[in-house]
Design a protein around this ligand. Sequence first.
Ligand code: VJV
Ligand code: CA
Ligand code: ZN
Length: 392
Amino acid sequence: QIEKNGIGRPKGYNVSWHSNPDIEKHHFGHAHPMKPWRLTLAKGLIMSYGMHAAMDTFVSRQATREELEDFHSDEYLDYLKTAKVAAPIDDIPVDFNLGGSDCPIFEGLFNYCSMYAGASIDAARKLCNNESDIAINWSGGLHHAKKAEASGFCYVNDIVLAILQLLRKHPRVLYIDIDVHHGDGVEEAFWSTDRVMTLSIHKYDGLNFFPGTGDLDRTGPDSEENPGAHHAVNVPLADGIDDEQYVWLFKTIVGMCVERFQPTAIVLQCGADSLAGDRLGRFNVQVQGHGSCVSYCKSLNIPLLLVGGGGYTPRNVARAWAHETSIAIGCDATLDPIIPMHTPYRQHFRYDTIFPTLEQILAGENRPNRNPDKKIREIIASVTEQLRFVNC
Ligand code: VJV
Ligand code: CA
Ligand code: ZN
């Protein structure tokens, strides 16, 4: 018999959900792959299943200038706040890498950035105060932003800001990044500390695929004197990895990191561009496999922050984040795979189920798996060796 809080959720297990419809209204411009309205689609799905009743829901607020300054430079924030909307000229960014076609200056840019950052900061504080066991901000996860530079659709690094909040209370934070791109901004921010271990799994081909960093031997500063040495874990993969390999690799590597590093909080960036059929991605991970990563992290019983990230086929992003919300609140086993009739924008989903197996197998067919099992085992051997140097 589960004791209930009055609205049908187990007492003593709290999930907080941080969102704001204002964020979803921003536009990066015509044909830009980053579409904040994918959050509206995800929210519609989450609410039509009634999941909001099982969470503490918060309307997020703008991060304050002071909070943003925890990571970003004064000059950069000034520029971000006052930058004028202009069409990109020949894809050449102006100052601070802003204004090219990847990071355009659009209407309400500063509002957008401070809102998604405010949500991640609030979510982190819920974990610090033991007010939540899992805190969710699907509008965050913008892992490429640097101290004084926009990069890859990211302007403010909400993950770094959230981890800085967690470090006020938590001695060790493990950052895990399942976006198809390398989590370079977060890695760089905590490069020289042994209080944050960063782990990114990503597509890597040594040159062409953005951002071009994250090779297996990039494990931290070279000097053993630097506390950050060995605390950056990188898992570079080739096109077409499937659920079976991905989930096995994820559990093995995360399991080893947790054992060696003993984190007291975990931040999981759930970039949905690692899903099969993504407009920019290259992997063949299914909604189920992506979700298994969330289930595994939840099973560790360590305070957990879930953030979004990439994801460029909106219907699949919404499916994945709705499924992962159901995992957080523990109703995944009872979730009807048929999308409820009253789901807003239901026509976007094309197929009527939350796990579009048929559709995604089709996408997988023209993306052969270029990751031999032998290669996966070599990656595990290399990370095992790296982690021997990590002591906490
Ligand atoms: O590969 C790049 C950089 C270029 C220069 C800019 N041109 C537009 C593209 C090549 C070298 N950028 C990547 C950035 C990916 C960012 C991923 C972010 C995340 O998921 O990790 C976290 C949120 C890239 N790949 C594809 C595009 N840019 C791209 C940008 C466009 C576009 C089509 C593709 C921008 C505008 C428009 N179409 C209209
Ligand atoms: Ca990644
Ligand atoms: Zn990405």
